[in-house]
Design a protein around this ligand. Sequence first.
Ligand SMILES: Cc1cc2nc3c(=O)[nH]c(=O)nc-3n(C[C@H](O)[C@H](O)[C@H](O)COP(=O)(O)O)c2cc1C
Length: 392
Amino acid sequence: MSATSLPDPGTTITAPPLRLGPFTVDPPVVLAPMAGVTDAPFRVLCSSFGGGLFVNQMVTARALLEGHASSWELARFHPAERIRSLQLYGTDPLTLGEAVRRLVAEDRVDHIDMNFGCPAAKVTRNGGGAALPYKRRLLRDVVRAAVQAADAESGGRVPVTVKFRLGIDDDHLTFLDTARTAEEEGVAWVALHARTALQHYAPPAHWDRIAELKQAITSIPVLGNGDIFCPDDARSMITSTGCDGVVVGRGCLGRPWLFRDLAAAFAGEQVPPPPLLGEVADTIRRHVSLIVEWQGGEERLAHFRKHLAWYLKGYPAGSSVRQQAGQVATVAQIDELLDQLDPTAEPVEGVERIVRSHSNSLSRVALPERWLDDPDAEVQLPRGAEALVSGG
Ligand SMILES: Cc1cc2nc3c(=O)[nH]c(=O)nc-3n(C[C@H](O)[C@H](O)[C@H](O)COP(=O)(O)O)c2cc1C
């Protein structure tokens, strides 16, 4: 073993791999589903750096059943993906069950994650998203429909997991109930985004609640989510909460090598230093070529601008390059921009914690009238609760 690969006891993370149906997730690291971000090129790029599970973007069950081509396109996987993991959203048990049945029967997925964390007003005001777990019966019916459909159609080979928030706000916490229900209904694991809907994305995530959940749920793994930006964060979360794995969201935006760093820490190896700007440029080129290959052309490259801005954060790229980054639309323009970068430039201290994507809280969570009156009331939600949404 060379000096550079000597284990660093300070960053070693001790946690066994996760079982997910017939699969092993090793290390126990999950790329969080992120709408508009975790498309096939990004998942393949992240997985090229290290092991784990790389979850697709959320699609709505109803949009699939209604035949929306864009939703079926989102639900497509790259041949390089080892575990085809898709996040589904739905509020109607029948629709959800039918969507799961189709996805499994047509052999399109290996794993289904369910999203109960979306804080977007347009769905919570109709009782959907992060508001749904407050109605316990509906939550149980929706989870049961997905698990039963997956089991029946796959013979138990396609596991279902659930991801949810702490609750609506500090006075209406639902995570313990939600997890117990999911456990009873046969999900493979639960993942807690340790913020309320009201907290939205504002730091810090309440890791103490992950510890509480781990105490309460004993028969299936509990995964923790919120504010993992580097291997030290993953180690702290696992040691302080006892959770069985970590779900990584914004920490890997513009930093897909976080999965390499995490893999090293879980393997007891030295975590590499942050890349110089030249290595970042190489990763950007790889990301762009994956997009072009996936799309079969250069159209829609404007979507890449946000990634480009995230990649450059914390590096001395210069204001003119940053401005250009907001306007690129072709591979040639991206190449031209990358050629201007100093490949030897180092990132600033703390580059991993610079805000990328959402970081705000909400002033209030929009809810249907009298929603909080009775958690045990029977409800059927309007279609608006399933409006195509993004976010969690
Ligand atoms: C741009 C963006 C899109 C997101 N979309 C989803 C989603 O579709 N489904 C979901 O469950 N969570 C979604 N989330 C939430 C993340 O999965 C994750 O729970 C959250 O970012 C907290 O983790 P973090 O602190 O590591 O970022 C999204 C987050 C971001 C930043």
